[in-house]
Design a protein around this ligand. Structure first.
Ligand code: DPP
Ligand code: ZN
Length: 871
């Protein structure tokens, strides 16, 4: 497959001004009639006599230029598209093509989900619908007409505002839609189906009434309220925080069961994976509720950051995704618990993005090349991209950042631009030079800061020496120093923040701007030696080394005024204990005793916030521990975590139990930071209790399951029981399946619980579950729930020494590649870090990756992951 480079970017020779589409929807053989008006692009300066339009898998019916049928010598068609030789400066291109949506299992372009038609066009799906300049820098006005059977598809939706609708012969009907805002083709969408909706309304700050609807399959109509409330809150928030109003008369959301991603921000018609819409207390967990709020907001926010202002090319994907993730994170923080949200986001960044950055799949936030763009919808582009925006927001401060985003919206509305354009707005608003800061976009790899402190009592001065390094990554060596905002505090011996007075007179003394490879910062007027609190709030996505003693970590855990660092100190301590136990070092036992003691103190501290406490008392994951080891000790890590949980569970059994009981009684289910925090803590305590192995604890799980207060409690109890050998295990699993067999999203949880179990028979069970009637290899949610959970959420079983996990995964990847290459490629990424394991595993993994890379006719998506992983 061909590699595409950022440096080769060229404007298009012709642009499309208007698009008229007419869809004749049929289960077999849908016809698409298109009318494009094109003209020479003034921004194109090169020579071009021919015009290539993208188009894949289209069956041509006819083709007309300015009203006349095109002669055979005026054009050519290959498997990538249509070439027009010598088209005029300005012309109208009309065409009809036939599609086979019922056979489309890739879930790109036009396809069927259940009994409806829907589309997914980002990144390059539109070329599977009609001939087009399928790239984001071509922005055109769309008008769409849909016609279909009246009974099977009473609802006909597309982008923009509704125009007229009417009846047709043969029991068919039609609807017309017009989107007044020019947009790239990846934002096109249509839906046709037998759907129900809930409706609400919103009045924008300037008085525009907007009709809001969420469409779902009829059986789900009672699960839409949370999504609707989240939408209304998002619309208000974007007006208040960014001055951004909605710009159409309607905003529609449709939930579909078969979807490759979480959701899609199509203009005025967001299409969602039903996982991010549907919720009822008995079917959705707290995390599901939070996920819905975040994704609804994310897609809504794209209306400005993505749709009104879009990406010039796909290398700029983080322009919209990094910024929009930052916006949705801030929204969730404002709606819920800011401190907890930050911890959860950083936990996820460290577990997944740091791992990606330290793998053969590492790439910059703005990649320089790709084979398949669908492989670049990554945690680096999204989550690291959001951190890069966050750093700019923090460097500028709230007022200047708002000024910069105002400039951005003003300057680029209606255009397709670059991450560099974004940064320039930050510079123009603040007068700062962010040249060096741009390295965050251009270079991959997680920077490392190594910090040392020295106190000089005679001068009452404290010096922090900071060294930075950025690791080599594929294709990038010897990187220049980054511009890293390092936020710090200094604690006195009572744990209070000392006033910061920098020798350079800096106005924001807590903000150290690290720009050199090695740099020293000096604080004066300090009467005693401080304990530094570094990288407060996780002010930059870096790894930090400072030689803290265990006692200093305990001190920070207890006193740091920065909640994030209180939590982080505890995590560091826990990692040290766990890694010692993995090594089976003699001091491990003493450290565990100390740790248990600190755990106990935290548990019993009066007035602690349950949500924060649950974060503090959570152990680092197996994957995170693996990242800290030169060679991942799969069994050792699992055993050490089990040992710590069991030790705490036994030692603190009665105390855990009484806290569990105090937290236990629930009134009506609510989604508030307080109630979510209480449930989190309660369920975490139950985890430790269960690990103690006490009969009582396992009975508690069964009771909690049977009490059935809400899905959060039910699924947690089931997870704990399913992980062991309790006699009630099978009974509970069967009970759950009997109860929920008809609800696909709930059954996803059931698959996932079993795929994540650390039992010896897990792989065997996962294989058997593929035959379960609720499983389907063509449904991405099912694949993620069963196979994805096993490969990415169960390192202990997936990386089993016999290599059976790898063989199974590759069997599935190869099977899926013929069905849905995007999902196949995503699964294969779970093998990308194979070099971090021992020799025997490396050989097994390499063999499997070679099996993939050597397959004939493999997709570009999977080939790219396999070949890069092997590099
Ligand atoms: N729908 C995906 C997202 O919103 C891709 N744009 O991130
Ligand atoms: Zn997005």
């Amino acid at each position: 497959p061909r590699t595409i480079y950022l440096k080769d970017y060229q404007p298009v020779p012709w642009v499309i001004r208007t698009v008229d589409l007419d869809f004749r929807l049929h289960e077999k053989g849908t016809r698409v009639i298109s009318r494009l008006t094109l003209e020479r692009n003034p921004a194109f300066t090169g020579q071009a006599a021919e015009l290539r339009l993208d188009g894949e898998g289209l069956k041509p019916v006819w083709l007309r230029l300015d009203g006349s049928e095109l002669h055979g010598d005026a054009y050519g068609i290959d498997d990538q598209g249509l070439v027009l030789f010598n088209p005029p400066e300005q012309f109208v291109l009309e065409s009809e093509v036939e599609l086979a949506p019922e056979k489309n299992t890739t879930l790109q372009g036009l396809y069927r989900s259940g009994s409806m038609f829907c589309t997914q066009c980002e990144a390059e799906g539109f070329r599977h619908i009609t001939w087009y300049l399928d790239r984001p820098d071509v922005m055109a006005r769309f008008k769409v007409r849909l016609e279909a059977d009246r009974d099977k598809y009473p609802v006909l939706l597309s982008n923009g505002n509704p125009l007229e609708r009417g009846e047709l012969p043969d029991n068919r009907h039609y609807a017309e839609w017009e989107d007044p805002h020019p947009k790239p083709s990846y934002l096109f969408a249509l839906v046709a189906g037998k759907l129900k909706y809930i409706e609400d309304s919103f009045e924008t700050a300037s008085g525009r009434p907007v009709r809001l609807r969420i469409y779902v399959e009829p059986e789900n109509i009672d699960k839409c309220d949370h999504a609707m409330q989240s939408l209304i809150r998002s619309m208000r928030w974007d007006e208040e925080k960014y001055g951004r109003e909605y710009d159409l008369d309607v905003f529609n959301i449709v939930a579909v069961n078969d979807f490759n991603m979480g959701a899609m921000e199509n203009k005025g018609l967001n299409i969602f994976n039903s996982k991010y819409v549907l919720a009822r207390p008995d079917t959705a967990t707290d995390d599901d509720y939070l996920g819905i709020e975040a994704v609804i907001a994310h897609e809504y926010f794209h209306n400005w950051t993505g749709n009104r202002i879009t990406c010039r090319d796909w290398f700029q994907l983080s322009l919209k995704e990094g910024f929009t993730v930052y916006r949705d994170q801030e929204f969730s923080s404002d709606m819920g618990a800011r401190g907890i949200k930050r911890i959860d986001d950083v936990r996820m960044l460290r577990a997944h993005q740091f791992a990606e950055d330290d793998s053969p799949m590492a790439h910059p936030v703005r990649p320089a090349s790709y084979m398949e763009i669908n492989n670049f919808y990554t945690v680096t582009v999204y989550e690291k991209g959001a951190e890069v925006v966050r750093m700019q927001a923090n460097l500028l401060g709230p007022e200047l950042f708002r000024k910069a985003t105002d400039i951005y919206f003003d300057r680029f509305d209606g255009q397709a631009v670059t991450t560099d354009d974004f940064v320039r707005c930050m510079e123009d608003a603040s007068g700062r030079d962010l040249t060096q800061f741009r390295h965050w976009y251009d270079y991959a790899g997680t920077p490392e800061l190594t910090v040392q402190g020295e106190y000089h009592p005679d001068e009452q001065v404290y010096r922090l020496q900071v060294r930075q390094s950025v690791p080599d990554t594929p294709g990038q060596k010897n990187k220049p120093p980054f511009h890293i905002p390092l936020v710090v505090g200094l604690l006195d011996s009572h744990g209070r923040d000392m006033p910061l007075d920098r020798s350079d007179g800096s106005a924001r003394p807590e903000l150290l701007e690290v720009m050199e490879k090695e740099q020293t910062f000096e604080f004066r007027n300090l009467p005693e030696a401080p304990v530094p609190s570094l990288l407060r709030g996780f002010s930059a996505p870096v790894k930090l080394n400072y030689p803290y003693s265990d006692a200093e970590l305990v001190f920070l855990m207890a006193h740091d005024s920065d909640g994030f660092n209180r939590w982080d100190a505890g995590q560091e301590l826990a990692q040290r204990v766990l890694l010692k136990l993995v090594e089976q070092a003699p001091e491990g036992a003493d450290m565990l005793a100390e740790f248990t003691h600190a755990f106990h103190r935290a548990l019993d501290a009066a007035h602690s916030d349950p949500a924060l406490l649950s974060e503090v008392l959570s152990l680092p994951s197996e994957s995170l521990l693996g990242e800290r080891m030169e060679v991942v000790d799969v069994e050792g890590i699992h055993a050490a975590r089990e040992q710590v949980k069991a030790h705490i569970g036994k030692r603190l059994h009665d105390d855990l139990l009484s806290h569990y009981r105090d937290l236990g009684e629930e009134g009506e289910y609510q989604v508030t930071p307080e109630t979510i925090g209480r449930r989190r803590l309660k369920n975490l305590l139950l985890t430790y209790l269960t690990a103690s192995g006490s009969r009582e604890a396992v009975d508690l799980c069964v009771q909690q399951y049977q009490a059935g207060h809400n899905m959060t409690d039910v699924i947690h109890a089931l997870t704990l029981v399913a992980d062991g050998d309790h006699p009630a295990r099978q009974e509970l699993l069967d009970d759950f399946a009997a109860r929920w067999h008809a609800d696909p999203l709930v059954m996803d949880k059931w698959f996932s619980v079993q795929a994540r179990s650390s039992r010896k028979d897990t792989l065997e069970r996962v294989m058997a579950l593929q035959e379960h009637p609720a499983f389907s290899i063509t449904n991405p949610n099912k694949v993620r729930a069963l196979i994805g959970s096993f490969a990415m959420g169960n390192p202990f079983c997936f990386h089993s020494a016999d290599g059976k996990g790898y063989t199974f995964l590759v069997d599935k990847v190869l099977q899926l590649d013929g069905i849905n290459p995007q999902i196949a490629a995503r699964l294969l990424r779970s093998m990308a870090r194979w070099r971090h394991y021992d020799k025997a595993r490396r050989e097994l993994a390499r063999g499997q990756l070679e099996r993939v890379a050597g397959q004939n006719g493999i997709s570009r998506d999977v080939y790219e992951v396999a070949s890069k992983s092997l590099q």
